[in-house]
Design a protein around this ligand. Structure first.
Ligand SMILES: [Zn+2]
Length: 58
């Protein structure tokens, strides 16, 4: 069983054995694996955006 980070509650979520879905037992998040990857990508980009805005404030 693979582990993934839940994009909702930041706790550990499970990746189903066939890699089809990501399920979080903590908050009930569940989504297709591809959708999960896209969501995590969006999170990374938004973190970078915030970092760049912080830098511009100097
Ligand atoms: Zn969760």
């Amino acid at each position: 069983m693979l582990d993934a980070k839940c994009p909702v509650c930041e706790k550990r979520a499970r990746v189903l054995d066939d890699m089809s879905r990501v399920v979080c037992d903590h908050c009930g998040y569940e989504d297709e694996y591809d959708a999960y990857i896209e969501r995590m990508k969006d999170r990374i980009y938004s973190i970078v955006d915030e970092f760049m805005m912080d830098r511009q404030g100097c």
